[in-house]
Design a binder for this molecule. Structure first.
Ligand SMILES: [Zn+2]
Length: 380
């Protein structure tokens, strides 16, 4: 069926307040209406995300979830209710979405996302929201989106902590942050650790807002938002594609979705110890001031080090890095810096290619450190 190039009077009245926003208007509203959006997981995050997307006029929605509604879901999974207990979550969610957007076409995928169906399912949609709660599906969704060239909005929560990732094709993916799927036993499950409903509401709503921005063409970079509602903090990490990423890097090894790669089954949220390819000097200062600071390696030459250096930095000039790898442990976070950030970025990429997943470049090097963090460090 060809897309209708116009809005009806009913649609104009319904979305009037939204269409007044910069970047929306009638053209934006039509883009939202016609976008095909897949929601993986109709749970704590899929509930608010789905409701806000349907209410915003997104009218081609898919819901993938293999579970049924249980009573322990209801404190946070607000798309479901006591009247839908025991029903498939896809059916329960579709009822609620149809009420808020009666014109929407809602496809149900009660088989959920699996290695066997992921490529075909995701290729039918323009954008994917990962609202699932286990590593296996999360990494499967991330890899499938990279392979299909689809933007992915990722969300996860545990206790009061939440993450929202925006991963645009070619701009850095989930595996640029988490190259290897963690051992499921290494982190607590939602059932064990507990979760706040309001935190799900914030993360799911934020996911919906990011999805709308991506559909409207208002996003150009991948990023990760990290919030902690128990202490009341948030920060945004801008992502850069990691050349050593196993999914989207120059020598990517993940070319298909073989089931054996996605066998972990335990519900979990990744650890919060993300290691972007590059951090700002302010972020480096924050990390170095913690009780478990990263190893700071200065890759300039000895004469530069003698001129000035950051306290606590270890000198390993760039050219001697390949022969001194034994001095750099693989299992701890490492920050690499030089004068302006060029040499240290090369070293960061080199170390990533050698399996160092926790190494990050310090953007701008010691010069930025002098300008923004510690003016007592002389510039040269
Ligand atoms: Zn990647």
């Amino acid at each position: 069926m060809p897309a209708n190039p116009h809005l009806s009077d009913h649609e104009r009245a319904l979305y009037d307040r939204q269409m007044r926003l910069p970047g929306v208007g009638e053209a934006g509203q039509i883009r939202l209406r016609d976008a095909k959006v897949l929601i993986l997981g109709a749970g704590g995050l899929g509930s608010p995300a789905g409701l806000y997307l349907a209410a915003a006029g997104i009218s081609q929605l898919g819901i993938a979830d293999p579970d049924k509604v249980e009573i322990s879901n209801l404190h946070r999974q607000i798309i479901h209710g006591f009247d839908t207990l025991g029903l498939p979550k896809t059916v329960s969610a579709a009822e609620a979405l149809s009420e808020i957007n009666p014109g929407a076409r809602i496809a149900l995928h009660p088989e959920g996302l699996k290695p066997e169906n992921a490529a075909e399912l995701i290729s039918r949609y323009d954008l994917v929201l990962d609202c699932t709660d286990n590593f296996a599906t999360r990494f499967l969704a991330a890899d499938a989106c990279v392979l299909a060239g689809r933007p992915l909005i990722h969300g996860s929560v545990l206790r009061g902590e939440g993450q929202v990732g925006v991963f645009l094709p070619g701009r850095g993916c989930y595996r640029c942050l988490y190259p290897v799927m963690p051992d499921a036993a290494s982190v607590p499950t939602c059932a064990e650790a507990g979760v706040f409903g309001a935190t799900c509401g914030i993360v799911g709503s934020w996911m919906a807002a990011e999805a709308i921005a991506v559909i409207l063409g208002q996003r150009t970079d991948s990023k990760m938002l990290v919030i902690d509602t128990q202490v009341g903090t948030s920060r945004v990490l801008k992502l850069t594609a990691d050349p050593a990423c196993p999914a989207c890097g120059v020598a990517a090894v993940i070319k298909d979705l073989i089931p054996a790669r996605y066998t972990a089954t335990t519900c979990a949220t990744p650890s919060m110890s993300e290691h972007p390819i590059e951090v700002t000097v302010e972020e480096a200062r924050r990390q170095l001031a913690t009780t478990t600071p990263p190893l700071l390696i200065d890759v300039r030459e000895a004469d530069e080090f003698a001129l000035c250096h950051i306290e606590g930095a270890r000198l390993i000039p760039m050219n001697s890095i390949p022969t001194r790898l034994a001095e750099i442990p693989q299992d701890v976070p490492v920050l690499i810096h030089c004068h302006h950030g060029g040499r240290s970025m090369k070293v960061t990429h080199f170390l990533r290619s050698k399996g160092y997943t926790q190494v990050s470049n310090v953007k701008g090097g010691i010069d930025a450190w002098s300008l923004k963090v510690d003016p007592k460090v002389p510039r040269y």
